[in-house]
Design a protein around this ligand. Sequence first.
Ligand code: F0G
Length: 436
Amino acid sequence: MSDNINKTGITIACAACGEKFNDLTALATCSKCGGLLDITPALPALCSEELQNLFDSRVSITAMRGSAVGRSGVWRFRELVLPISDADIVSHPEGNTPLLERPAISKFAGVKNLLIKHEGFNPTGSFKDRGMTVAVTQAKRCGATAIACASTGNTSSSLAAYGAQAGIPALVMVPAGRITMGKLAQTVAYGARTLLVRGDFDDCLRLVRESSEKLGVYLANSLNPFRIEGQKTIMFELLQQLAWQSPDWVALPAGNLGNTSAFGKALREAQRLGLINRIPRLLSVQASGAAPFAHDFADNFAKRTSVRAETIATAIRIGDPASWDRAVAAIRFTNGVVTSVSDEQIMQAKQVIDASGVGCEPASAASVAGVRELVARGIIAPHESVVAMLTGHILKDPEKLLNTNDAYGHAAVNAPIEIDATLSAVERVLQSATKA
Ligand code: F0G
């Protein structure tokens, strides 16, 4: 497809062979060589201050009284995402997630200036809604009759919800017996056709890619460049919340590497537009049983490896990350670091995050565990400013909430206490609680 003039002004091209695609393409990867597609937005002809003012005007109380699209923390940045009219957009709305400060988490991580951006506050409980609003919008624009994804549970929940809103049937493939109850229940309840695949996430992704190519269903995994465009807004929103002053570091959990890629792309565009004048360093954190990218980083990305993944953090139990090329570019551009942390480190961090009243699912806690690890190794200095991403809500993985401490033989810190229905029983518990 050589004619790439379209009304959105975006350019879609294969990162590997340069083939160009129309902006109404239903393809998620290059039809010629199978490479990843890149979207280049037509950057607005506004100076950085005008652009900042435009984005700020959209968080006013008047804007918040408007339509779902007007209230969305994704579509607030639509000039940098997909400039289309409101009527074409499928929005919950999503985004507008909080930046939190908790001394207990800062102390644990070893940095005083630590902020937590909690993407678990999105409508389906994870950051996936940021990319899904754009991917499902694009599916609707190009007339898709069905949308599919492979998932460890969050992408499937998000696709199920947005597919339901758009009225497009959703087909999801998840590894049988390896996704959490919260995520499976949510996906089923929103009405997606749910396939429990006898295999792991990497098998599911292979299968859904084949289904997309051979059966013509629209692919909603983060291979799809429209997902990346939506996920960029996590970074844009964070920078806006910080008055466009970059922190020194941004830490995030890493699995299939869509988010690492999106953050790198957002920072490149923010710099090009003059929205920021300093690039924060990305810290991508994998679970040590699912850490091919951390392994490749240690080898200066000389080659791409894959592993058979195993970790308690089921969301990032991924052995052959799809967005590898894009993520390498993101780490290089930001002078970033990739590290891995053990399941025990992840669960220790989660316990601190949960007990601070914030809470998150296990995979999310990898970001905080990674910050602590880099402080211990002297790579992050205790005076540096750090933002750690929490990617999923605490209730995504309820099974692990009650038995976390048992997994590593630690004493249960807060086991529920069964009592007789008497005031004296309550009094006894109260006395021991106030003494402790
Ligand atoms: N955190 C959570 C809570 C996730 O669900 C995922 C990915 C990640 C981090 C990793 O992000 O893939 O962009 O590097 N979950 C996908 C899913 C794979 O199917 O829900 P990534």
